[in-house]
Design a protein around this ligand. Sequence first.
Ligand SMILES: NC(=O)c1ccc[n+]([C@@H]2O[C@H](COP(=O)([O-])OP(=O)(O)OC[C@H]3O[C@@H](n4cnc5c(N)ncnc54)[C@H](O)[C@@H]3O)[C@@H](O)[C@H]2O)c1
Ligand SMILES: C[C@@H](O)[C@H](N)C(=O)O
Length: 373
Amino acid sequence: MAIVKNLSRTLSQLLQSPSCGCQTSLVPVRCIGVSPRQVTSDANFHSVSFSETDHPRVLITGGLGQLGVGLAKLLRKRFGKNNVILSDIRKPPDHVFYNGPFIYSDILDYKNLREIVVNNRITWLFHYSALLSAVGEANVPLARAVNITGLHNVLDIAAEHSLRLFVPSTIGAFGPTSPRNPTPDLCIQRPRTIYGVSKVHAELMGEYYHYRYGLDFRCLRYPGIISADSQPGGGTTDYAVQIFHDAIKNGKFQCNLKSDTHLPMMYIDDCLKATLDVMEVPAASLSMRTYNISAMSFSPEELVQEVKKHIPELQVTYNVDAVRQAIADSWPMNFDDSNARRDWGWKHDFDLSELVTTMFNILGSDSRVAHIN
Ligand SMILES: NC(=O)c1ccc[n+]([C@@H]2O[C@H](COP(=O)([O-])OP(=O)(O)OC[C@H]3O[C@@H](n4cnc5c(N)ncnc54)[C@H](O)[C@@H]3O)[C@@H](O)[C@H]2O)c1
Ligand SMILES: C[C@@H](O)[C@H](N)C(=O)O
């Protein structure tokens, strides 16, 4: 009975206090003990307070997708190879497996994830596992499980073990009733995909855990990311990655969006730089916990023009996919990222022409010539 009274007194004090991180950090989650899977003694034993002079111990979930391998490379350069663990449910290719620690981790397996965090004394977690927009619509139950239930596991473990947690959100967290040109950080968010709904949920849950339990949650809304690291993973913006592979392979590209569909896009190096920057910035500089970041906006026809500067013989046809087109038509055309630029100095380096040149440099224009001839 006394415990219940204490708990309700703590709760009412908490709910009356202003909603800023500094107030709630005085009442960390392990003291109030109401996190669903909290085991007090365990949490005290394993809680790691990250000292700024130490390197963080990093875990990346869903690390074998388009973005995770590049992130691991960047973080290993900065924090040391063995301080960054990549994880996924898929088998890693040789070049990933032999390049640093890799571990199997299914984010739906709460106990396994917790064991990995505890045994490896993880202090920072980058949560990349997800089903993207187009594949999410093709399998809503799986997308709901991975993107929502998986996130709950990650949030609880991060709160229990005092991790700094990064969760990427997306332009897909906005919908047809959001302002589209430009889209500010704070506005109506009524997405019409399970992917978008799950990402709004992630933003809100992360911010709630921050204010409620003092979780150091940090989130960036990424535009469509263009990367040469791996094959596209089922997103609506993936045409802008596929075009490079197809142009190099056979000089032909079939686009699944209308030629004039404008979407915010970014080269992967800018995306990863922003991700590391926002994780390193002192908490006092963050006036918000979820920020838009932006670099450029282009349509398929604008990208094709730029690609043709490198492969003039490229043949392009349009075969619009109704699901992807409806998604794209409900997303921002331009992103307003002025808060990120003001608060922590975000600045992109790559524009469209640099992005295209860099993609061809990496994917190799020589193999293109060999193929076409
Ligand atoms: N790529 C983009 O353009 C883009 C844009 C905005 C936001 N994001 C976000 O960035 C993150 C990474 O994106 P990406 O493009 O690398 O995605 P991706 O689809 O290429 O990779 C996602 C990874 O998650 C893994 N995964 C699926 N189910 C899992 C489970 N149960 N447990 C563990 N891992 C699981 C998959 O095996 C895959 O390797 C995602 O959260 C995505 O929403 C990406
Ligand atoms: C935009 C982003 O979240 C992802 N590339 C998708 O299209 O689903």
